[in-house]
Design a protein around this ligand. Structure first.
Ligand code: FMN
Length: 296
């Protein structure tokens, strides 16, 4: 049974990575995730300034998560001078470094952290509804590195296939789909307030409630571009993970289920993948990529 996979030349021992977020926000947390045997680590998104985040920033609800986090609240200098060197020294798992958001910020940051990266992931969460800026961030990163660049799409764009194609035109070697969904709102009826501290109380939804949206997005992107797709959104079991592979994902990411259940959720899911593949009588994980059959 072979559960290894490859994305744009990046070889992974297994197809599950922690997605960019609070569980990969500092070296200690990353060490904990790496100890679960994950295929690679995606670090919390950083930008040229530290983010200011209103608290509470995370609310657990109905099996999902609503959040108003932004990028890392740590200043980029801390990541450059301390976190990335520590992480690279103490782990031998591939590191996918997540960066945001506009071309100038990417041109400034990327060279400072290039040596620590196996690949880069660019967040497009705040880029709006026009595909051109997506192409531009991929192009800005391509100017500065020969390492693989993955562009992460948010589901609120009008046409995922068009946006994925724009990223590939700019130089993306892979597409990550999807970021959290929204904006969304939860109301505590006892005091008629939101559980989140953002100005309007709104946040972004993730976890099992978004899985059908994420699976559809992965399949749409898989059909639109010729680069590998990394699937993320609502995974909570090995079977969920394999659904993403069948939809077209070469690898996957997960966050909310590990926020709800603890970081050892990564190890449990990875351990379950060979057994589930055996039930499907599939020998190599990569044989299942894109095998979703929509002919019926
Ligand atoms: C609390 C929280 C913080 C997040 N922060 C980031 C981030 O910094 N950068 C990013 O690209 N995605 C971020 N995300 C989105 C996740 O990486 C992922 O795309 C999304 O949660 C869907 O996956 P899941 O359902 O497995 O959580 C965040 C999600 C949550 C819940």
């Amino acid at each position: 049974m072979d559960i290894s996979t490859e994305i744009a030349g990046l070889k992974l021992e297994n197809p599950l990575m922690p997605a960019a977020g609070p569980l990969t926000g500092n070296p200690k947390l990353i060490e904990r995730a790496a100890g679960q045997g994950v295929g690679a680590i995606v670090t919390k998104t950083i930008s040229t300034e530290a983010a200011e985040v209103s608290k509470p920033a995370i609310a657990k609800l109905n099996g999902g998560v609503l959040n108003c986090e932004k990028w890392s609240e740590d200043p980029p200098e801390r990541w450059i001078d301390d976190y990335f060197p520590t992480i690279a020294r103490e782990n031998d798992v591939p590191l996918v470094l997540s960066l945001g958001y506009n071309p100038d910020q990417i041109r400034e940051l990327l060279p400072e952290i290039e040596e620590f990266a196996s690949a880069f992931e660019l967040s497009s969460h705040y880029l709006g509804r026009d595909p051109e800026p997506i192409r531009n961030i991929a192009a800005a990163a391509s100017e500065k590195t020969d390492k693989p660049i993955f562009v992460k799409l948010s589901p609120h764009v009008p046409d995922l296939g068009e946006f994925a194609s724009a990223a590939v035109k700019g130089g993306a070697a892979g597409i990550v789909a999807i970021n959290s969904v929204g904006p969304g709102l939860e109301i505590d009826l006892d005091d008629l307030t939101s559980p989140l501290g953002s100005d309007d109380g709104y946040g972004w939804l993730s976890g099992p409630p978004i899985k059908p949206l994420a699976l559809q997005a992965v399949n749409e992107v898989y059909n639109a571009v010729d680069v590998p797709v990394i699937g993320v959104g609502g995974i909570a079991s090995a079977r969920d993970l394999l659904q993403f592979v069948a939809a077209g994902a070469s690898a996957t990411q997960m966050l909310s289920h590990a926020i709800s259940e603890g970081a050892d959720a990564y190890g449990k899911i990875i351990d379950g993948v060979p057994k589930e593949l055996e039930k499907l009588e599939v020998d190599n994980l990569t044989d299942l990529i894109g095998k979703y059959d929509n002919s019926s």
